[in-house]
Ligand binder design. Structure first.
Ligand SMILES: Nc1ncnc2c1ncn2[C@@H]1O[C@H](COP(=O)(O)OP(=O)(O)OP(=O)(O)O)[C@@H](O)[C@H]1O
Ligand SMILES: [Mg+2]
Length: 604
């Protein structure tokens, strides 16, 4: 069976929480100490007061002593009450700020810095989801640990203080009380172990459930859901995961109930025996009534401390599992951020070489012993059938995924020796599946806020990408939101307009290596012809790769590469490959056949 032991244990997580509370908000640390103090002190006062009152009667003390006693207790209670209500007010607010404002934004940053290959893997998605769950609410791992540390701290100190006061009683009673406490704790721990054992299974079910729920409200799927009548299918899928999650919750709840019942039985026996013992002591005149009252309250109070300690320690252990998930994910980002290599700058343009590269998606092998060299400043057209691996080759070039064997070299330097941030700076890419954000078109091009954007450059690339006419038609021009999701005044870009925007984004970045993955699939013939015409201008002083199924695009490139079966099977200019009369020539003929037929029809 898979090892389910969490990476970070409870004590390590407690230390982690203290360190972070200290780093983020020292006042929260003071609030925690204050909470512990009042939680212990308040019940102590309540217990001591009746004991002293009875004792004063037993000792027939003067009325003035009695009044002083009442006043002292009254003032102390009042002060403690004030401290408590003050702490009750600001402790939850600070605790929540600690999670949602500080650690929340740190996690957002971490999610954007963690390796792409990790984040896009199944493991990365699962771990990121678990970390997000730990951070999502006040009652989950990250924030709740703060509360449980306070609760456990107060209950532990309370129990120790009460035991010290009770220590004048028989050691058997003390040992019995401690043994009962341990039993209560063990009963609760059974539930915790069960929860730990099945945590990953429950998380997987939860993830599947969220996926279905999100799909039903995501506007990207809304058209298909309606057109294909996917209602019953999605509802039954969602219900299935809800049922599975409920089934697990019921199993856990049953164990919690049994554990609570065992705890109740232990408490009943413990209190019964202890009270019986005290009654015998009073009847034998071994202790006065005032001490009897004190001990009875202490034993009841001790039981309360122990049972609360057990309850909170179990919740702390459950929180700790979630906090461990959070830390595992944050450690991944930390590793990435700390592995900064010396800064390296490159003279534009750059060369790239694949040497003996192997890469698979799980079992599916895409490249085996793949070799390719692209010289500086070359304009390459990369063609191949659907699924040939063109976009995967781009991901390998960009270091978004890693080869299992072999090397990728930039200007003869192994890509692994180049810091990932410097490496990303080398490439401008128009991804085949790029998205636009619900912010201004200018920001969608620069990928920065409007204020930080070089607006002149935005205007230039808008012209170069053929988006000028569209921008001019908008009331707010390039400042119009590229989606209506957050702004009613926003626009809804057509498929081709979106593609032009993504091209403009790649041009704005102006990196030494330009990669366009299917930049013209949605363009009308005139826009496509304009793109071809401007391609020389776009790629001036750069190395470039143009991926397209429209083979006419290969004519303005220096070289055409045909990717087939994980290898470059044909390489040369368009004319050379046509002469070769291989697969490229065949594909070209098939595509041009229809147009030629139409031309012949027209001239007939
Ligand atoms: N993340 C992934 N996990 C598993 N398989 C993948 C993944 N991405 C791509 N593949 C598979 O790898 C193969 C190559 O995909 P790739 O996207 O590189 O093809 P392509 O040549 O760009 O195709 P197209 O012309 O359709 O864009 C395909 O069979 C695809 O199913
Ligand atoms: Mg592709």
């Amino acid at each position: 069976m898979k090892n389910t032991k969490p990476k970070h244990g409870v004590f390590s997580n407690i230390i982690f929480t203290f360190k972070n509370v200290y780093r983020i908000n020292k006042i929260l640390l003071v609030a925690m100490a204050e909470m512990v103090f009042v939680m212990v002190a308040q019940p102590m006062i309540t217990i001591l007061m009746p004991k002293f009152i009875v004792q004063f009667f037993e000792e027939s003390r003067a009325l003035s002593d009695f009044i002083i006693l009442i006043v002292v207790f009254g003032v102390v209670s009042l002060i403690l009450g004030q401290i408590r209500s003050f702490a009750d007010g600001y402790f939850p607010i600070m605790k929540s700020m600690y999670r949602s404002m500080k650690l929340g934004s740190e996690m957002c940053l971490a999610t954007m810095h963690v390796h792409y290959k990790y984040l896009s893997s199944e493991l990365g998605q699962l771990e990121c989801g678990k970390a997000q769950h730990a951070m999502s609410r006040p009652a989950t791992g990250v924030e709740d640990t703060v509360l449980r540390i306070v609760e456990c701290g107060a209950n532990l100190i309370g129990a120790v203080v009460y035991i010290i006061i009770l220590s004048s009683l028989s050691p058997f009673i003390i040992l019995g009380l401690i043994a009962c406490g341990i039993l209560s704790f063990l009963a609760g721990n059974v539930v915790n172990r069960y929860r730990l054992k099945h945590k990953d299974t429950i998380n997987k079910i939860r993830k599947k459930g969220h996926y279905v729920k999100n799909a039903t409200r995501d506007s990207k799927y809304a058209k298909d859901i309606r057109m294909y009548g996917m209602f019953d299918w999605l509802v039954s899928l969602g219900q299935k995961f809800v049922d599975e999650e409920n089934e697990w919750e019921s199993k856990i709840t049953l164990r919690e109930f049994l554990s609570a019942a065992a705890d109740g039985l232990v408490a009943f026996l413990r209190d019964g025996i202890a009270y019986g013992y005290l009654v015998i002591l009073v009847l034998n005149n071994e202790i006065p009534v005032s001490e009897f009252i004190l001990y009875i309250s202490l034993i009841a109070g001790f039981s309360m401390w122990v049972s609360n300690l057990a309850k909170n320690a179990i919740i702390l252990a459950a929180d700790s599992l979630e906090l461990s998930d959070f830390r595992v994910f944050m450690d991944k980002a930390e590793e990435n951020l700390n592995s900064r290599l010396p800064a390296m700058s490159f003279n534009s343009p750059v060369s790239i070489e694949f040497r003996n590269v192997c890469f698979s998606y799980g079992e599916k092998e895409i490249f085996k012993n793949f070799d390719l060299k692209i010289q500086k400043g070359k304009k390459i057209a990369l063609v191949g059938v659907n699924g040939a691996g063109k976009s995967t080759l781009v991901k390998l070039m960009l270091n978004l995924v890693e080869p299992s064997e072999g090397q990728i070299l930039i200007n003869d330097i192994n890509s692994k020796e180049i810091d990932i941030r410097d490496y990303f700076d080398l490439f401008s890419v128009a991804f085949q599946d790029a998205l636009v954000l619900a912010y201004g078109i200018d920001s969608n091009i620069s990928m920065k806020s409007s204020e930080e954007t070089d607006q002149e450059r935005v205007d230039d690339v808008i012209k170069l990408a053929g988006l000028e006419e569209k921008i001019n038609s908008l009331e707010n021009g390039k400042y119009t939101s590229a989606e209506r999701y957050l702004d009613d005044q926003g626009t809804e870009l057509s498929g081709g307009e979106r593609q032009k925007l993504i091209l403009a984004r790649a041009l704005y970045k102006d990196a030494p290596f330009l990669i366009l993955d299917e930049p013209s699939s949605a363009l009308d013939p005139i826009a496509e012809a304009q793109l071809y015409e401007k391609y020389n201008e776009m790629t001036k002083g750069k190395t470039s790769i143009y991926i397209s199924h429209r083979l006419s695009s290969t004519k303005f490139c220096d070289e055409v590469l045909l990717l087939d079966g994980g290898c470059i099977t044909e390489r040369g200019t368009h004319d050379e490959l046509m002469k070769l009369n291989g697969k490229y020539a065949h594909m070209y003929m098939v595509q041009s056949h229809y147009y030629n037929d139409r031309k012949e029809e027209a001239s007939a």
